[in-house]
Design a protein around this ligand. Structure first.
Ligand SMILES: [Zn+2]
Length: 456
C-alpha cells in the first residue's frame, strides 16, 4: 500500500560490526580525587569521593579524605560530577569509510560518548576502527556490533545477509557467530517466517537480537518473540497503521496508530514489552532530521564535525528533497510532534528507554546528536535521572553487560565522564564536560579556564 508517512528511514544502510572491546594494555593507576559521584542506579549523588582506577576498572570509591596509595596518579576532580560515560545505542559507523571513521570516533569522545552500539553495516570497516581504538592509535568509544543486517531481499542494498527461510536463518546465524558478532540486527525486509526462524536460531546461539521492525509483523509480535530491543518510534507507528489497516496518509491516522501502540492492557505492545523486558530506542533526533530534510543542503558547519565520506553518504542516500517531498515533510513534522506521546506511554509503563541517534542518517552528528537526543527524551517526559539511565545503565542492562559496565561501581569498567555541575538538577550540565576517561585512559581533559570560557 502506498504510504505518505513512510516513516521508515530509508533502509538503514550498511554497517557494521563490533565485538567486545577489550581493555587496552593497562595504563597508569589513576585516582580521580574529590568528585561528586552520580549513582545512576540509586539516583543519589555522593559528594567528596575519590574514584580509584586500576587495570582499566574502578578498584575503589572512597571518601576524598582517605589516603590515596602513592602508585596512583592523582587527577583533581574538585567541583566535578562523575558519571558513567554515555552510550549512543544506534549508530552506523561504516556509513563513513576509513580513515574518516576515526573522525567519528573522535566526535564521540569529545561529547563524552564512551560506548556505541553499531546497528548494522560493513563488519571489516567497523572492526578496523575498533582495532585502531584498541591499539591506542585512535581515540574512540567501545564498539559493539552485529556485522551485516539480516534482511529480506533488497536489490542493491549493501551489507545484508538475505534470509528467506529457516535453513538460511540457521546458516546466517552460524556464520555470524563465527565472526564473533556481539548481537544480531534484523532489518525491515524479512518475512514473518524468516523473522521467527532468525529469532529462534539466535536464541539457540546465545545472541541477542535488535529489531528494526519488519513490515511483515507487528511490534507486539516482535517483542513477544524475544527481541532485545525495538528501534525507531516511526516503526511503532507503521505497526499501528498496519494493525488498524490505515493507509497512513494523514497526520490524524499517524496519531491514531501511535495511540493504538501506546494503549495498555492484555495483549498490548506495552504489556508484552514489560513482560518480555524489551527495551526501546526511540531515535527521536533521527526522525526530526528526516522530517526537516527539505532543506537543500546540510548546515554550513556540518563539514567541521562530519567527515567527507559521511557527507557523501548523505548526498547519495538522503538527497536534498524535491518540492513534492517538502509537502510530505510538513506532514512528517506534524507527525513528529506526536512521537513524544508514545515514548512517554512506554516510559510510564516501565519499558527501558535507550538513547540512540541513528548516526548515518542525514544531519546526525557523532556525539552532538546524542546530546540532542537526550534533550528530546527529556522533552518527552523522562526525568533527568531516567534520561541519564537511557544513556548509561539501561543500554548495559539491555545488552546483558550490566555486571561490567554502565554505572560507577567497583569492578566495573572505568568509563567516566566528569562534568561541571549536577545533571540530575540541570540536564544541560552534561554538555559542560571537564574530563572523559575510557577504560582508565584519560581521552579528553579540559582545564577549568577552558570550561569557563565556553560558558554555556
Ligand atoms: Zn539505523
Amino acid at each position: 500500500m502506498t504510504r505518505l508517512l513512510p516513516l521508515v528511514l530509508a533502509a538503514a544502510l550498511p554497517l557494521a560490526s563490533a565485538g567486545n572491546a577489550k581493555e587496552r594494555a593497562a595504563g597508569t593507576d589513576l585516582a580521580l580525587v574529590n568528585v561528586a559521584v552520580v549513582d545512576v542506579i540509586t539516583g543519589k549523588v555522593i559528594p567528596a569521593r575519590s574514584v580509584l582506577i586500576h587495570d582499566g576498572r574502578i578498584s575503589a570509591i572512597q571518601p576524598a579524605s582517605a589516603a590515596v596509595p602513592p602508585r596512583f596518579r592523582k587527577l583533581d576532580g574538585r567541583g566535578g560530577y562523575a558519571l558513567p560515560g554515555l552510550w549512543d545505542e544506534h549508530v552506523h559507523l561504516s556509513d563513513a569509510s576509513l580513515p574518516d571513521t576515526a573522525k567519528l570516533a573522535e566526535g564521540f569522545v569529545q561529547a563524552g560518548v564512551t560506548t556505541v552500539r553499531d546497528m548494522g553495516g560493513n563488519l571489516s570497516v567497523v572492526d578496523a576502527l575498533r582495532e585502531l581504538i584498541r591499539s591506542g592509535a585512535v581515540r574512540g568509544p567501545r564498539i559493539f556490533r552485529p556485522g551485516p543486517f539480516i534482511d529480506g531481499y533488497k536489490n542493491g542494498a549493501p551489507d545484508r545477509v538475505t534470509v528467506e527461510n529457516a535453513r538460511e536463518a540457521e546458516a546466517a546465524i552460524a556464520a555470524l557467530k563465527l565472526e564473533k558478532v556481539d548481537f544480531i540486527k534484523i532489518h525491515n525486509g524479512v518475512s514473518k517466517d524468516a523473522f521467527h526462524a532468525v529469532m529462534s536460531a539466535a536464541r539457540r546461539a546465545g545472541l541477542k537480537v535488535a529489531v528494526h521492525l519488519p513490515q511483515s509483523i507487528s511490534a507486539e509480535e516482535a517483542a513477544a518473540a524475544g527481541a532485545a530491543t525495538l528501534e525507531h518510534t516511526e516503526t511503532l507507528m507503521e505497526s499501528g497503521l498496519r494493525s488498524l489497516k490505515l493507509p497512513g496518509k494523514t497526520v490524524e491516522e499517524g496519531r491514531r496508530a501511535l495511540a493504538y501502540e501506546a494503549r495498555n492492557g492484555p495483549g498490548s505492545l506495552i504489556a508484552t514489552m514489560r513482560s518480555r523486558k524489551t527495551c526501546f530506542t526511540p531515535t527521536l533526533s533521527e526522525y526530526r532530521s528526516f522530517a526537516a530534510m527539505p532543506s537543500t543542503s546540510y548546515p554550513v558547519d556540518a563539514p567541521k564535525v562530519a567527515p567527507p565520506s559521511l557527507l557523501a553518504f548523505w548526498d547519495r542516500y538522503f538527497p536534498p528533497d524535491s518540492p513534492e517531498n517538502a509537502f510530505k515533510n510538513k506532514i512528517r513534522q506534524q507527525v513528529f510532534a506526536t512521537f513524544a506521546s508514545v515514548v512517554k506511554a512506554l516510559y510510564a509503563a516501565g519499558v527501558p528507554i535507550l538513547a540512540g541517534t541513528d548516526l548515518g542518517a542525514r544531519d546526525i552528528y557523532p556525539g552532538i546528536s546524542l546530546h540532542e537526543e537526550l534533550k528530546l527524551l527529556s522533552d518527552a517526559g523522562l526525568s533527568n535521572l531516567d534520561v541519564l539511565r537511557a544513556a548509561t545503565i539501561n543500554p548495559a542492562r539491555c545488552m546483558g553487560l550490566a555486571d561490567s559496565i554502565g554505572s560507577l561501581s567497583v569492578h566495573k569498567a572505568a568509563d567516566i565522564l566528569v562534568v561541571a555541575g549536577n545533571p540530575l538538577v540541570e540536564l544541560a550540565m552534561l554538555g559542560r564536560i571537564k574530563m572523559v576517561i575510557i577504560g582508565g585512559h584519560v581521552v579528553r581533559r579540559i582545564d577549568a579556564n577552558e570550561v569557563a570560557a565556553r560558558g554555556h
